[in-house]
Design a protein around this ligand. Structure first.
Ligand SMILES: NC(=O)c1ccc[n+]([C@@H]2O[C@H](COP(=O)([O-])OP(=O)(O)OC[C@H]3O[C@@H](n4cnc5c(N)ncnc54)[C@H](O)[C@@H]3O)[C@@H](O)[C@H]2O)c1
Length: 384
């Protein structure tokens, strides 16, 4: 069996996502396991070149992880025909421009979400990728979470009967940074001018989660908020946090399912996980966190009776049964990278093209518009 090399220009790898999920847990993990296996048994070994503005920073990173190639010269890296793929995990605002430059040089492209900060730009990039016939993809990591994979299994097994409602709770407390606890997210997330805002950040995730698991999104009503208007940045400097940091959104889905998802960086957690989805159907309900999933079938449904005069006797959490881990769930970012590499090299099927990313930006933009205009908005079909 042959092993071939695949050169990948990696941009934004000094950031949280680029470093942890894409470089370390995906590309380096794939190299460590001996590459990606193709359907014909051959293997592909990714060969990254780390690219960043700060030459010293990328050099140090490359040294730390034993990677030979690094540069601060993106244009030169894009001109190298021996590197076929460009990957971007830098900030949202730069993405459309970076993808455009990479596609123009004939690179296949893969990137973090959102694929752009505006839907027009996202459409232009997806059109260019189509015209240039390059393979393309966007990260849709939540689909690979064990909790949501278990929900998909329950759905496919007919567990829910007729599914009619989805309740999502996403969020945790992100420290303001001004009283001894540094913030645990980058400050650009909270500045409009830098591409921040939870609606742009999270509605693109909710688009592919809803579309793929519960029904195509047909309409949205969204109320955003900026609950914490002042924060302190990475350098201890106070700044105006003018972007939305919470979003309360309702979605109508094809097939009649109603989904409501709260997304917030200003919420203290009292639930099973940092994100949970409760799915209700005629025959059963399920609640999924990032990894675990609990079910309650119609025959196991207790009979609560409303009586405010006596303290609650039921322990509602104990009335659910956990779905067992019958398979090994690998890191979702790595699974998606492996799929993309197979798609690039062996043309295997791929469901996460830039067009799917465009739909995410579209929903985020409609969410912002719905909030600004205080009304429901239909979600038109995207044609590329
Ligand atoms: N899939 C997910 O669950 C998920 C989670 C978080 C973030 N993201 C996405 O990943 C991307 C990065 O987010 P992050 O949280 O890692 O941010 P981050 O701030 O930690 O990293 C940003 C990266 O961009 C680089 N960068 C910033 N400004 C730059 C500039 N002017 N020129 C060149 N490079 C610049 C930084 O050096 C760094 O490498 C965003 O698009 C975000 O939406 C995805």
């Amino acid at each position: 069996m042959a092993t071939r090399r695949l050169g990948i220009v990696m941009y934004g790898v000094t950031g949280r996502m680029g470093l942890n999920q894409h470089l370390v847990r995906s590309i380096l993990a794939i190299r460590e396991q001996g590459g990606v296996t193709l359907p014909n048994g051959d293997r592909v070994m990714p060969d990254p070149i780390l690219v960043g503005r700060n030459a010293e920073k990328v050099a140090a990173l490359a040294r730390q992880y034993g990677i030979e190639r690094h540069t601060a010269d993106l244009d030169a890296a894009l001109q190298n025909p021996n590197d076929e793929v460009f990957f971007d995990a830098a900030t949202t605002q730069m993405r459309a421009d970076l993808l455009t430059r990479a596609i123009a040089t004939g690179k296949h492209v893969y990137c973090e979400k959102p694929v752009a900060d505006q839907v027009d730009k996202a459409i232009a990039v997806a059109k260019l990728a189509k015209a240039k016939k390059v393979k393309n993809g966007v990260v849709q990591d939540k689909l690979f979470l064990p909790g949501l994979r278990k929900i998909r299994m329950l759905r496919d097994a007919g567990f829910f009967g007729r599914m009619f409602a989805v309740r999502g709770e996403f969020g945790y407390w992100v420290f303001e940074g001004d009283w001894g606890q540094p913030a645990q997210r980058p400050s650009w997330n909270y500045r409009k001018a830098d591409g921040g805002g939870i609606i742009l950040d999270m509605l693109c995730h909710w688009r592919y989660v809803l579309d793929n698991l519960f029904g195509k999104v047909q309409a949205v009503s969204c109320l955003g908020a900026t609950h914490i208007p002042k924060r302190v940045d990475e350098n201890g400097k106070p700044y105006d946090a003018d972007a939305d940091d919470a979003a309360y959104a309702t979605f109508q889905l094809e097939g009649g399912v109603i989904a409501h998802i709260n997304s917030s960086w200003d919420v203290r957690v009292r639930r099973d996980d940092l994100v949970t989805f409760q799915v209700d159907g005629t025959h059963g309900s399920a609640v999924a966190g990032l990894s675990k999933c609990w079910t309650q079938h119609r025959v196991n449904t207790p009979r609560p009776v409303w009586n405010p005069d006596i303290p609650q006797t039921m322990n509602f959490f104990s009335q659910w049964e956990e779905v067992p881990d019958n398979i090994v769930y690998e890191n979702g970012f790595k699974i998606q990278w492996e799929d993309f590499i197979r798609h690039v090299v062996a043309d295997t099927p791929w469901h996460h093209g830039l067009v799917e990313g465009v739909k995410g930006v579209q929903l985020a933009e409609l969410g912002l518009k719905s909030w600004a205009e205080r009304r429901w908005l239909d979600v038109p079909e995207i044609k590329i």
